[in-house]
Design a protein around this ligand. Structure first.
Ligand SMILES: [Zn+2]
Length: 997
């Protein structure tokens, strides 16, 4: 992983790229990232009422899993009032609960009931317990002796299909709650499980919710890599055992171990998993899942950052996913509510919110610290009562009890704030259940909150004195997990802490949010006034436009060879600021520093003066009119670099081949497939050569054949650089990059930050635009109809605020949820000498007359998107057809056609334009002719046959009727003829009814 501890770049003096944050993998030259996988948490008991009442002890090891189920004892489940009893499912067998208790060394029925510790006398619970005892009695007489119970359990386990090899004692110690060391403790834990189930049954405990984030863990690169590695290592081990066995059996000498171990299995397996994206399934051994690795997006630094913070939930069946797609209250501050793709992955692919961070596994044991805070050891005796004591769990394992859980938890949290416990430890006190749950495992989403009682420790407000880490170390900030947050009372912002509540008691907050906008994801938190917009527009900006905006992706483009990159010539910062944008940067970045740092420029675009107006009908339906003079000054101009790669064998592998005539080498030879004028003798074009479509980019040939790489008809450009290098597979390769500079042209796509996209409809001369009194001419004119139905007042606010800032205003922040008020914005505008509404008096550029209406004008941040007319334009007169169907191909690069689909067909039918339809779908597509025999109505084929005396005749002939007489020629689409033949091959014969007309 780039920038990890074992990365080459670790400790290097200068970064390759100043924007690069690392966190991705380089596999065969491609940048691959892991998408965090949402997985169900294994660290808690799982109470559910899906198919009957169950409580499950989950584990990744299948053998360790245990389920207690409340079952009807009668075979007919539907009968009401049937006795229900508790049964344990363990090691793929069904054990009566009571017998298992006695097998674990409990001595009496009373003791078991005490262990279960179900307070409150509920008749139905008593019935369940009595039924359970009866069930045990029916199955095994005299189970109350430990020996008898144990042997009965043994009998049950050994009778399964795949019985474990170990003895029963070992089975219990290894597979039944493996984290607990004595069987008395196991019995106690079993009792606790039963209690949870009974509580849920009587409605005193909630069933676990799959969609709650406290029951989820994110699997990151380490867990995912571990999983994949395990599979391949197991594979390599099996192979090793096989080859070793062969040598042992045949009495051959056994060689060194590395002779048998084939490391390439692991290497190849991993690199295959990375390149295909098929990753091993978490539970099912043979299955693979997709959507674990993806290519890192490099359109702009924001996209790179957003890609690295993506999480995904795998669902088994498409369609039946329940509430998984909906936002859940536990998403708050951890997962962005807004940014999720639309379509099939809606709600399943999530983005971490701005401050959400994923916990790592805490390796140091923290049990000793718990004893310091007043935890008592769990006694190894089942008769001992734990009345009134709270249970303490670490990662779902019962480690102890304590008398006063409140002070215990407070002291523990204090320790964490004093750095005596790791920051990522999560401490939850569940008063209702009488439990304290502590989590140190990986994959929990934590978020930083201000600790109110420690806020007084902030002494000075000098920016340099605090960084995120130092605030964390001082206990001013705290990382809070999902469950712990249930114990917190969090203030919306600092000002709510100081707010007087008239008459009422002031709310006592324990924590305070850093900023309101941090509950949104990165790409959402950047949108100015996002809280004023319609959610769908924010989604468009966050998921689509920000990912396609051309920016300045890396600071090292000269040493990178991406297949396709875009770069904006004059990227600008927007006039407004948002809190998220200010806080993004490198770890050592101190908030409030005003210098321009080399940090990821997450805004990708330029500030355009935008007028909301109609302009001679050239900005209808979301198109926009732009100022040609601005374009000529370099606005939205961008550079596009495309690289072409070719490989040849290097000297060593060439020598091995020894076949002189298929030696592939770079070089210039007169080529039949394209022009070679720009190539030097080595087969590469010189830097600065202007290549047009049809030119050869890299000359590569053998003695006999030409393998040169030619530019497609859509490609052209100037040679930017030529790179020669070699790789590990014994290949030399060359990369030629072509550069193209593009100024906006008609049809190019632009978007503001509010999901208001549009294409360029007209490039107007500057003098024809309306101008204000100061002589300001707009760069972009958009149509006012873009606003009412889209509900994006934020764009207007942005323009109004920007106008004030440009004229020296002080209100600069447009952070979502804490934006300046409407009045503040208009006031700032007014002070700058503008109308409060942001409207301006303008004069017609063509006539010089005053325009009767006022025009809204202001600086708005506009993004140039990667969709450009030059890449989209498609034309074809005639061209290649598919060899099988003889219909035109679809590929734009190969002069393909445009799809004329069903919808278009319906249009023409509705118009009654049937002749045109016939031309589209038949004459210009796959028109052809077949012969049909009128006698037998079959297709007759054209064959050559002899007609006596050595003469041969070629023509249509019906083999069925053995005649050539009554055959007619009909026009038929080639596709229909093909279908007919394909059906024929399956034994279905079509008959054609023909009619002369
Ligand atoms: Zn016939």
């Amino acid at each position: 992983m780039v920038k990890s501890d074992i990365c080459w770049m670790k400790g290097s003096e200068k970064d390759d790229c100043d924007f690069d944050q690392g966190g991705y993998f380089l596999i065969k030259g491609a940048e691959k990232i892991f998408i965090a996988q949402e997985q169900i948490c294994m660290k808690r008991l799982w109470v559910s009422n899906n198919q009957g009442w169950t409580v499950a002890y989950k584990s990744e090891m299948k053998r360790n899993r245990l389920i207690i189920r409340l079952e009807g004892m009668s075979k007919d489940e539907d009968i009401k009032g049937v006795e229900k009893a508790l049964v344990v499912y363990f090691l793929s067998t069904k054990i009566p609960l009571w017998i298992l208790f006695f097998a674990l060394g409990v001595s009496s029925d009373k003791e078991v009931v005490n262990l279960i510790d179900y307070s409150g006398d509920n008749a139905s619970i008593l019935n369940i317990l009595i039924a359970t005892i009866h069930d045990a009695d029916d199955q095994c007489k005299g189970f109350r002796k430990e020996k008898t119970a144990l042997s009965h359990v043994n009998k049950l386990i050994k009778a399964t299909q795949f019985p474990p090899e170990e003895s029963i004692d070992k089975c219990i110690s290894m597979y039944l709650f493996p984290s607990l060391d004595s069987s008395k403790k196991k019995a106690r834990f079993l009792g606790y499980m039963v209690k949870c189930l009974l509580q849920a049954y009587t409605g005193h405990r909630k069933c676990e919710n799959r969609d709650n984030f406290r029951n989820k863990r994110l699997e990151l690169a380490s867990e995912l890599l571990e999983r994949e590695l395990k599979v391949h290592i197991a594979h390599a081990r099996r192979r090793m055992a096989k080859t070793l066995q062969r040598d042992l059996r045949e009495d051959r000498a056994v060689r060194q171990i590395d002779y048998y171990l084939d490391a390439s299995i692991v290497t190849n397996g991993l690199s295959r998993a990375f390149s295909t994206g098929a990753w091993s399934h978490p539970y099912k051994r043979m299955e693979r899942i997709s959507g674990v690795v993806a290519n890192l997006g490099r359109a702009n630094p924001l996209q790179t950052m957003v890609d690295l913070r993506r999480a995904r939930q795998q669902v088994q069946y498409t369609g039946k996913v329940g509430d998984a797609r909906y936002p859940h209250p536990s998403h708050w501050g951890r997962v962005c509510y807004l940014s999720t793709p639309d379509g099939e992955n809606c709600g399943l692919v999530k983005n971490l919110s701005a401050t959400g961070l994923v916990s790592t596994n805490i390796l140091e044991p923290i049990v000793d610290q718990l004893f310091d805070c007043g935890m008592e050891k769990l006694v190894d005796d089942t008769s001992f009562s734990l009345e009134g004591k709270h249970k303490i769990f670490i990662n779902g394992d019962w480690v102890g009890v304590c008398e006063d859980s409140l002070s215990f938890v407070l002291e523990l949290r204090d320790k964490r704030r004093r750095k005596e416990l790791p920051h990522q430890v999560e401490i939850k006190r569940d008063e209702q259940e009488g439990e304290v749950r502590i989590f140190t495992d990986s994959g929990r989403i934590l978020r930083p909150l201000l600790v109110v009682e420690n806020l007084s420790r902030v002494k000075s407000f000098k920016a340099k004195s605090y960084s995120f880490q130092s605030l964390l170390d001082k206990g001013i900030l705290e990382l809070v997990g999902i469950e712990e947050e249930e114990d917190c009372r969090v203030a919306w912002g600092i000002k709510y802490l100081l707010k007087d509540t008239e008459g009422k008691k002031p709310v006592k907050y324990t924590h305070c949010e850093l900023d309101k906008s941090f509950l949104l994801g990165l790409s959402c938190g950047l949108i100015p006034f996002a809280n004023h917009n319609h959610a769908r527009r924010i989604l468009y900006q966050a998921q689509k436009h920000s990912q396609q905006a051309i920016g300045f992706p890396t600071t090292n483009p000269n040493i990178r060879v991406d297949t396709l990159t875009h770069q904006l010539f004059y990227p600008q910062r927007p006039l407004f600021r948002t809190m998220t944008a200010d806080c993004l940067g490198k770890p050592d970045y101190h908030f409030g520093k005003n210098e321009i740092l080399p940090r990821p420029e997450i805004f990708n675009g330029q500030n355009a003066i935008v007028a909301v107006n109609v302009h001679q009908g050239y900005n209808q339906e979301d198109s926009l009119v732009m100022n040609r003079a601005s374009m000529e000054r370099g606005m939205f101009r961008s550079e596009h670099i495309r690289s072409y790669k070719a490989e040849v064998d290097n000297k060593e592998t060439q020598d091995k081949r020894r076949k002189a005539d298929d030696l592939v080498n770079f070089g210039k030879v007169p080529s039949k497939i394209g022009r070679v004028d720009c190539l030097d003798d080595d087969g590469f074009p010189y830097v600065g050569a202007n290549l047009q479509s049809g030119d050869i980019v890299i000359g590569k040939c053998t003695e006999s054949a030409d393998h040169s790489i030619k530019l497609k008809h859509t490609e052209r450009g100037m040679v930017q650089k030529v790179v020669l290098s070699s790789n590990d597979d014994g290949k030399n390769f060359a990369v030629v990059s072509l550069r193209q500079i593009r100024s906006p042209t008609l049809g190019d796509k632009f978007s503001s930050m509010h999901g208001q996209k549009g294409v360029l409809g007209f490039l107007e001369s500057q003098e024809n635009f309306p101008f204000t009194i100061q002589g300001i001419v707009p760069d972009v004119v958009i149509n006012p109809h873009a606003f009412p139905s889209r509900q994006t007042p934020a764009q207007l606010l942005e323009a109004a605020l920007g106008k004030g800032i440009a004229c020296g205003g002080l209100k600069k922040y447009a952070t979502p949820f804490s934006t300046p008020s409407f009045d503040a914005i208009t006031e700032q505008l007014h002070r700058a000498g503008f109308s409060k509404s942001g409207m301006e008096r303008v004069y017609n550029g063509r006539t010089g007359e005053m325009v009767r209406s006022l025009i809204f004008m202001g600086p708005t941040f506009y993004q140039r998107l990667v969709h450009m007319a030059e890449d989209k334009v498609k034309f074809r007169n005639t061209g290649p057809v598919h060899p099988l169907t003889r219909q035109p191909v679809a590929d734009r690069k190969r002069f393909g056609g445009i799809k004329f689909g069903e919808m278009e067909r319906d249009c023409l039918i509705a118009h009654g334009a049937s002749a045109n339809l016939h031309e589209r779908l038949f004459t210009l597509s796959d028109s052809s002719q077949v012969h049909v025999c009128r006698k037998c109505k079959n297709v007759a084929s054209v064959i050559q046959r002899s007609v006596g005396n050595g003469r041969k005749v070629r023509g249509p002939y019906c083999r069925l009727c053995e005649t050539e007489g009554d055959i007619v020629k009909v026009a038929v689409p080639y596709g229909a003829k093909l279908l007919c033949q394909e059906l024929f091959s399956m034994g279905i014969c079509l008959k054609f009814e023909t009619e002369l007309c």
